[in-house]
Design a protein. Structure first.
Length: 254
């Protein structure tokens, strides 16, 4: 029995080694990636954020551009649950007799019932079809709720943050994509052509990096963003790989 178990284990080990030997690079990367729980958690969070980027109105509770100065600076209305039924405390306002400004507080004794996957304002999902379905919405469609409070113009902060993810997430994605494209294209040209073209592109890259670094230091008092250094790294690696392919494998003279 022991010999049979050892033989089965050896066969399984040999099969695993054969799978690794013939697997494509992307599959090897995926096998290693999925073993890292922090990387998998980060990937899940990133996917969730890009879902918000695609349909921010679904996660918003109201139109982010809707204004009402009378409802300025409403405090956070925290979501509570009675069993499975969500609700938020109502916002109660009182005008200050000295400043004549409305001062808002939340009253937990007055409950505003909410509904998961409720109906609210109408929007175009993915810019294709109209719907009014939202992740969370008040049962009374005419009632406004402020999960993160309101600003000085009475705009809902939560809804504005949901729409703000489109700018925040897109800028980072475009910056990395441009860094990779520019690094690969310029690095390939520099390594393939060589000579004066190579020297000119190298000096141009270094000059732009230095100038951008001084601009960042002058405006923000910090070092250049990582995307700039990443672009230079891609450029150097592509340049070196193209040169290695053109030179061919090294030859050794006995």
């Amino acid at each position: 029995m022991a010999q049979q178990a050892g033989a089965e284990a050896s066969a399984e080990g040999a099969a695993a080694e054969e799978r690794v030997a013939v697997a494509a690079n992307w599959r090897l990367v995926w096998w290693r990636f999925r073993r890292h729980w922090l990387a998998m958690g980060s990937a899940g969070l990133l996917i969730f954020l890009y879902i918000i980027v695609l349909v921010p109105d679904f996660f918003a509770t109201q139109n982010p551009e809707q204004t009402d100065a009378r409802q300025a600076f409403i405090p956070v209305q925290t979501v509570h649950f009675d069993g499975l039924s969500p609700w938020v405390p109502a916002a109660v306002g009182k005008r200050n007799p000295v400043t004549l400004r409305m001062e808002w507080v939340t009253d937990p004794n007055k409950k505003l019932p909410l509904r998961l996957f409720g109906r609210g304002y109408e929007y175009k999902a993915l810019g294709l079809f109209k719907t009014n379905l939202h992740l969370i919405a008040p049962e009374d469609p005419t009632q406004r709720i402020f999960l993160l409070g309101s600003d000085r113009l009475g705009r809902d902060q939560w809804s504005r943050i949901m729409h703000g993810t489109q700018t925040s997430m897109t800028v980072g994605l475009v910056a990395v994509a441009l860094s990779v494209i520019l690094g690969v294209v310029l690095g390939g040209i520099s390594g393939y052509v060589g000579g004066r073209t190579d020297q000119m592109i190298q000096r141009l890259i270094e000059l732009e990096h230095l100038r951008f670094g001084r601009l960042c230091a002058g405006l923000h008092g910090r070092k250049p963003d990582a995307e700039v250094g990443y672009s230079i790294l891609i450029f150097r690696l592509t340049d070196a790989e193209v040169r290695a392919l053109l030179d061919g494998p090294p030859t050794y003279v006995p």
